[in-house]
Ligand binder design. Sequence first.
Ligand code: 5GP
Length: 332
Amino acid sequence: MEDFCRECPKIELHAHLNGSLSERTIQKLSHLEGAPHLYDEWQVAINHGQHRTLAECFEMFKAVHALTVTPEAVRLATSDVITDFEKDGVIYLELRSTPREVKGRMNKEQYVDAIIDAILSHQGSIVVRLLLSVDRRQGPAEAEHTLKIALDARKKHPELVVGLDLSGDPTAGALDLFLPTLSKARDQGLGVVVHCGEVPNNPEVMEMLRFAPDRLGHVTCLHPELGGCQQQWDALLASKIPVEVCLTSNLRCKTVPTYEKHHLRHLLSAGHPVALATDDKGVFCSDLSAEFLVAAKTFDLSQHDLRNLSLAAVNFCLAPPELKEKLRLHFD
Ligand code: 5GP
């Protein structure tokens, strides 16, 4: 089963760039920055993906952000992450990242250009697409700036920039602040994906479901057994909006108590569209094959079930029909 999980073609739809850096990449970046102590600090912060609260998880990103501070570092990080996913059998990767400015070293436009540069210069068969993330800790003006960067980048690389993501600390920033930007993105033909229900918040979840993004991330606290209620769970199932499921991330952030109690069980039994994803493979010490294996072991899935799960994720890619057809051929 382990070999099968690695060899099965996989679609990764929920991967944050800075959360996905391997230890080897962190080492290279600290060397590039001439600051070996940053690697030590990262090791202490990550501590082999130990379990911690969601708030503590957000603190950990600081250790990574201290290293991706120049266009050169961002290029190296992106290039390594793409290679990692390709080695893991991922054939299509939607990578997301929050444009970041580092005073005196790079602006947000340069940050995004560096990611795009790395995607374009990657030699391999994996297909990579980019979403820009709006961080809930930012305000609406920054969200608008991110949308502008996405639209400008799409003008130059129409196939490559495919959407906007709403992420960042789920306890910060009201959804209302960001809905106008997300609506504009949708009107402009960008895909919109939203982190949903990482903490219990019934009114916000219902508002997100009404907004109907292309995909939802996590949906951790919607089921009545996990801090949600029947009304929002039923609304989710009725919406048929595909869910990006991040098993290990949810466990390590302590938003689900065990794999067995993960809401994937209920999503599968309801036949709801789902895509397994890593979220932050570097921070949570996982990869997509490992997520497949956990799903198989926990929910008693056969190789046939896993293959169908992986194939179904093609339907939820922010990609044109011709590309989806090409991806499906890998499964034959
Ligand atoms: P970056 O956008 O810098 O490439 O990736 C790291 C950022 O992604 C974090 O600072 C955070 O804003 C966002 N992120 C990563 N994992 C999660 C998650 O599990 N939940 C939410 N809401 N945001 C996340």
